[in-house]
Write a protein that binds this ligand. Structure first.
Ligand code: ADP
Length: 597
């Protein structure tokens, strides 16, 4: 047989052109630069319609991700996207491979459904068998002699074992199908570890094994489904108990850069070098020479690993035959990053509609805290949460801690800045109440899908940005309007003294519209006198309301008289108006401007 050496580009081209797998080259801006015929079929567009357009799926380097595709036979199916880094025309780019995995997905689904259905069907009869046998064993149905009791107790033990296996099978099949719904919340890992370890005390005492639980006095906050972490602890402690004949079992906890870890060690028979790398695989049970307890399903550690990974944590095992084993799992510290990424992942599973996220960081909290009681700060967080919830179902608080707030909004099609204004107003008002001061905060924001398509990228972008609200506010344009020249000057000087860099004045109602036309800019805030010759403040507001460009402009009314709010009702429903009496008090002016822009 002759093997032809293929060192020309046309040879490679032929492979790529005829490959059943889809190949695309996508540049770092996600734009498609090359596409082969298979990829064009999968994406259901002609190659020309794909070139120079964004790749329509998330680009994730580490894990293969699934997508919907059109198969060669024109039917819908499932594809798997793999991404690797390459150089293309002297620049960094991605080589994206799409493989049709429809058959595998169907087969996997059938297998999962089978396992899940069978386990489900087994559960009910097992429970009723357990119940009936227990009643006989307990003598409820008449006297039972010692021998009969012995046999019944073997039955019960084995039913319990079967039930455990069935539950584990159900668990793993749900986890593998991505169907497990975790109920995560902020919790203390120290407390979870302590209480789940203490449950083992009586068993270990009976087995005459030493048991040491050394956990810190502090709290280790994590973002977890408590029951699931207890399940991991039960598995590790159960195994340690099962495979240790004499000596000691120890539970210890440590904190290391950004995560908390818990280790369960024993002085049991250990795990051999050959077995150790396979220990977390499914259905792996290894023959033990001195197994004192009953056998299991070989699923416990596989489930524990899945659980830990679903919490973005890690688990590992070290062991030496004859000396003992140590299993350590580490979970990331509770943080906005965990909560928000989970939230985004859930949202992306449900829908592909646009959304935006704001991440606000309160900068000076430490200087605020000594001034007020800590409980008030906690209370402020709760108030922010409830006010955000009241903004309607399009908006929701995702993460609220005293110094950090992450809020989500379905994209407001009509006005994107509306959400930001409302969010900032809430934060300013509530912290002003608590600290009696203007708080300094910075923020980041992202829009899905334009800023990223997966939770990691979106969160990274959102949390990296640190736009200072104070600096941004100081650069806003303020127009002060009064027919009395000295008064406009006085307010202008005050505002400049507060740090506002762009304060302009006008001395008539008409002046507002001249300013907008001449400067070709709508001011960010209008400070307006109501009683002016010619066009009054009321008329100015009425005209502003009519134009799309100016209808949302915030206004601070400065008046020596009672303001007729009834006349401004329409406008107020659009945009809050605050009023300040003349003569203007500097501190009040400062506060109102702070709230309005
Ligand atoms: P099982 O439910 O059968 O115990 P696991 O997945 O929890 O399944 O454990 C798989 C295998 O790993 C066990 O059968 C045992 O061989 C080994 N193993 C787990 N923990 C220990 C330990 N602490 N000491 C020795 N061997 C262990």
């Amino acid at each position: 047989m002759v093997t032809q050496r293929m060192n020309n580009t046309s040879g490679f081209q032929a492979i790529v052109e005829n490959s059943k797998d889809g190949f695309l080259i996508v540049d770092k801006k996600s734009m498609i630069r090359f596409v082969n015929p298979a990829a064009s079929i999968f994406l259901n567009k002609k190659p020309d319609a794909l070139l120079d357009t964004p790749f329509p799926h998330p680009i994730k380097r580490d894990d293969a991700i699934e997508m919907n595709l059109i198969r060669n036979n024109g039917e819908p199916g499932t594809g798997e996207i793999q991404v690797v880094d390459i150089f293309w025309e002297n620049a960094e780019a991605y080589l994206i491979t799409i493989r049709d995995i429809t058959e595998r997905v169907i087969y996997d689904r059938l297998k999962d459904e089978f396992v899940s259905n069978v386990s489900h069907e087994l559960r009910t009869p097992l429970t009723s068998m357990r119940e009936s046998i227990s009643q006989v064993y307990d003598g409820i149905l008449g006297d039972v002699n010692e021998n009969q009791q012995k046999y019944l107790s073997i039955c019960i033990k084995n039913i319990d074992r079967l039930r455990k296996i069935v539950n584990e099978l159900l668990d793993i099949s749900k986890m593998e199908a991505g169907k497990i719904q975790l109920q995560k919340c902020k919790d203390d890992l120290v407390e979870i570890v302590r209480s789940s370890s203490e449950v083992f005390m009586p068993v270990l005492k009976k087995r005459e094994l030493d048991f040491e639980i050394s956990v810190p006095e502090k709290v280790f906050h994590v973002f977890v489904d408590r029951d699931r972490i207890v399940q991991v602890m039960n598995n590790l402690l159960g195994n340690a108990t099962k495979f240790t004949l004499k000596g000691k079992i120890q539970v210890a906890m440590t904190k290391e850069n950004g995560s908390y870890s818990c280790s369960v060690s024993d002085t049991g028979e250990g795990i051999s070098k050959e077995e150790l790398p396979l220990i977390f695989d499914k259905f792996k049970e290894f023959e033990k020479s001195t197994r004192p307890g009953e056998t299991g399903s070989g699923l416990g550690l596989a489930i524990s690993k899945k659980i830990v990974e679903l919490h973005r944590g890690t688990i590992k095992a070290d062991s030496e035959t004859g000396k003992g084993s140590i299993f350590t799992f580490a979970l990331p510290q509770y943080s906005s990053s965990l909560v928000v990424q989970d939230f985004i992942d859930e949202r992306l599973k449900e829908s592909n509609e646009n959304f935006m996220l704001y991440h606000v960081h309160i900068n000076d909290l430490d200087s605020i805290i000594p001034l007020v009681k800590k409980s008030e700060i906690q209370e402020a967080g709760r108030k922010i949460e409830s006010r955000l919830k009241n903004l309607g179902k399009q908006v929701c608080p995702v993460f609220v801690e005293p110094d950090e707030i992450v809020a989500f909004a379905e994209d407001y099609p009509e006005n994107k800045t509306q959400f930001k204004t409302k969010l900032f107003r809430i934060i300013k008002e509530i912290y002003f109440d608590v600290a009696d001061a203007e708080i300094d905060f910075s923020y980041g924001k992202v829009m899905y899908p334009s800023d990223g398509q997966i939770s990691e990228n979106l969160w990274e972008k959102c949390s990296e940005q640190k736009i200072s609200e104070t600096r941004e506010r100081m650069e806003k344009y303020i127009l002060v309007v009064d027919d009395i020249v000295e008064l406009t000057e006085q307010v202008q000087i005050l505002l400049e003294h507060f740090g506002y860099q762009h304060v302009d004045v006008a001395n008539s109602g008409q002046g507002v519209f001249d300013y907008i036309q001449n400067q070709n800019r709508v001011p960010d805030l209008l400070i307006l006198d109501m009683k002016m010759p010619g066009m009054s403040g009321y008329e100015v507001i009425g005209r502003l309301k009519e134009s799309y460009k100016t209808k949302d402009m915030p206004v601070l009314i400065m008046s020596g008289y009672e303001v007729e709010m009834g006349r401004l009702f329409d406008y107020i429903s659009h945009r809050a108006i605050l009023t300040i009496n003349k003569p203007v008090q500097p501190e009040l002016l400062r506060k109102m401007v702070y709230f309005l822009i």
